[in-house]
Design a protein around this ligand. Structure first.
Ligand code: NCD
Length: 314
């Protein structure tokens, strides 16, 4: 049985195949409308979510399956003291695959050990968010036509932003990737990202504080929200929250074919005027989230793409 807990649980070849499947789904969604008939997805969300939970649910519904689950920890038996291990054993009797988001790092990994069904990590604390990474990779691939030979700027909360950690881990496996890590001193990437991913693989990277100075060299700019819920005190959050605001004036410094990504939700870090810039890719990124999750559910359940009908695609 396969789980997706860490972005590296999928090999580069598997990710390439999954993105190709997601692209095929995007081009012809109706062909996939009953691939998961009779199957159920459980969404176990112990932490707030809009896009991730609803895109998982939309993905399963688009595949002709059904969904069940909870959207807040206080509507589950976690409030009565039930362990993750017990919860997942029970959910395994009710569903065929599950997506779990949890404030505790490692909770989905623990669930996977006791689970009778594939577990997908839909975000664990400030740690990893592998399905957001699939969404990001699909968006980069569609915008740039490749996942190699790119200079990627990641800007904002690189310390607590789990999407950042997963994206760096995944992109580091492709050729010719360079990272420009743009953050305040206090929100630099965790040491493990530098010591276990960037340094051992000799990935070129720089840690800087100026977004303006970085703009001209970037192929991709990945903006992030300062993760208020992971701060120990509110004063630090207030001091740091508006460090970076992407404006049309800053966009004027960037390459004409740069793409701006953001996992969303956005707070203040991208001015609304940037939305009309053709380089803004974040809403298309949210749409891609449905296609990659459809492809992922099919992959973990071992379901093949339906045959093309005769004369189709000729
Ligand atoms: C991200 C998350 O939950 O880590 N959101 C998402 O899943 N699209 C980013 C964030 O909350 O800032």
């Amino acid at each position: 049985m396969r789980h997706l807990i860490d972005p590296l649980d999928l090999s580069v070849e598997e990710i390439d195949a999954l993105l190709a499947l997601a692209g095929d789904i995007a081009a012809d969604r109706t062909r996939y409308a009953s691939v998961c008939a009779g199957k159920k997805l459980a969404t176990l969300f112990y932490e707030p979510s809009t896009r991730t939970r609803l895109s998982f649910e939309a993905a399963m519904l688009n595949l002709g399956g059904s969904v069940l689950g909870f959207a807040t920890a206080d509507s589950s038996s976690a409030t009565k003291g039930e362990s993750i291990a017990d919860t997942i054993r029970v959910i395994s009797c009710y569903a065929d695959v599950c997506a779990m988001r949890h404030p505790k790092e490692g909770a989905p990994l623990r669930a996977a050990r006791y689970s009778g069904i594939p577990v997908i990590n839909a975000g664990d604390g400030g740690h990893q968010h592998p399905t957001q990474t699939l969404t990001d990779l699909m968006t980069i691939l569609r915008r740039k036509g490749r996942l190699s030979n790119l200079t990627i700027g990641l800007c904002g909360d690189l310390k607590f932003g789990r999407t950042v950690h997963s994206l760096i881990k995944s992109l580091a496996r492709y050729e010719g990737i360079r990272f420009v890590l743009i953050s305040p001193e206090e929100l630099r990437v965790p040491d493990y990202v530098v010591n276990e991913v960037l340094r051992p693989q000799n990935i070129p990277y720089e840690e800087v504080t100026s977004l303006e100075e970085s703009m001209p060299k970037l192929d991709i700019l990945y903006m992030t929200r300062v993760q208020r819920e992971r701060f120990f005190n509110e004063e630090d959050y207030i001091r740091l929250k508006d460090t970076y605001i992407l404006t049309p004036a800053k966009m004027a410094l960037a390459k004409p074919d740069m793409a701006v990504l953001h996992p969303l939700p956005r707070v203040n870090e991208i001015a609304l005027e940037v939305d009309d810039d053709p380089r803004a890719a974040y809403f298309e990124q949210a749409q891609n989230g449905v296609y990659v999750r459809m492809a992922l559910i099919m992959t973990l359940l071992g379901l093949a793409a339906p045959e093309r009908k005769e004369n189709e695609g000729c």
